[in-house]
Design a protein around this ligand. Structure first.
Ligand SMILES: Cc1ncc(C[n+]2csc(CCOP(=O)(O)OP(=O)(O)O)c2C)c(N)n1
Length: 273
């Protein structure tokens, strides 16, 4: 494995540790869906995205929207690692007056959209992508969607509109962990062929292992070469990835971890190191 990929893998472990820093014992937290996007967010922030920490409102910066806003803990961990705010803020997450709350808010440095009500992030990203075209700027807009979230009708309006406007600066990434809040998609609401659905709407589609750094890097690089249509990356992931007892376990969508579980989770990550 190249040193670039090894560095990204190490960074992803740090991001997962950062997620655990935001979690209080015996207080509900969205552990599962945050862990499943840790590798994707790592590659976006530490390899792919053009960001400018010295000028947060740089009009040319790439934008990242976590449309499945309950998984913002991963973005907080990455933003802290990059220096958008002190790492100590992570430990104050979800406390009264804290900069970091349970869902993304614009007042947090580095956050580009208020999300949390599922289904809206792609429409917000669509607006930003149209704005980029009108202003003749080269920035990209990345939107992370949940597979359960894809049941929201508004998403498909945005999918259709992005094709109409040929928005090659809009990239959706579906966190395809096959779980939603209370169980497996197959049993709760099966969307069937997600990739095929995007393709029929005119999107260029990719499917990858969302925990394989090389595949994530390659897909994001391939997207850059495309002109004239939006792209979607279907990332096959494991909800809870990295925390043994939470992996693929619907109980850890939004669970209150005991002290022992939190310790075990931290230990799992030390062992990855
Ligand atoms: C409009 C709306 N309805 C319901 C919810 C409650 N909710 C929060 S997370 C979630 C499940 C989302 O599933 P998925 O998109 O697959 O996320 P993941 O499993 O990756 O965490 C639901 C229904 C919400 N946040 N917004």
């Amino acid at each position: 494995m190249s040193s670039k990929l090894k560095i990204l893998e190490r960074k992803a472990v740090e991001i997962r540790k950062g997620i655990l820093d935001t979690i209080w014992c015996n207080k509900k937290s969205h552990l599962g869906g945050s862990m499943s996007i840790a590798d994707i967010i790592t590659v976006l922030y530490f390899y792919k995205m053009n960001i400018n920490i010295e000028k947060l409102d740089d009009p040319d910066r790439d934008r990242l929207i976590i449309s499945k806003g309950h998984s913002v803990l991963t973005q907080y961990a990455a933003l802290a690692e990059l220096g958008y705010f002190p790492r100590a803020e992570l430990k104050k997450c979800k406390t009264l007056g804290s900069l970091l709350q349970g869902h993304p808010e614009l007042r947090t440095p580095g956050i580009e959209a208020n999300t949390g009500s599922l289904g809206q992030g792609l429409s917000i990203g669509l607006g930003m992508a149209i704005g980029g075209k009108l202003d003749k700027r080269n920035y990209k807009v990345y939107v992370i969607l949940g597979d359960g979230e894809l049941g929201e009708g508004q998403i498909w309006e945005a999918v259709n509109t992005a094709n109409f406007y040929k928005l090659d600066n809009l990239i959706a990434i579906v966190d395809y962990n096959k779980l939603q809040a209370v169980g497996f998609l197959k049993k709760r609401y099966d969307l069937g062929d997600i990739r095929g659905k995007f393709a029929i709407f005119g999107w260029k589609t990719f499917e990858i292992n969302g925990h394989d750094m090389e595949e994530i890097v390659e897909a994001l690089d391939d997207v850059d070469k495309l002109k004239g249509c939006p792209s979607v990356i279907i990332a096959n992931t494991v909800k809870g990835k990295g925390v043994s007892f939470a992996e693929n376990n619907p109980s850890f969508h939004n669970a209150a971890l005991t002290k022992a579980q939190l310790e075990r989770a931290k230990n799992d990550l030390i062992n990855i190191d």
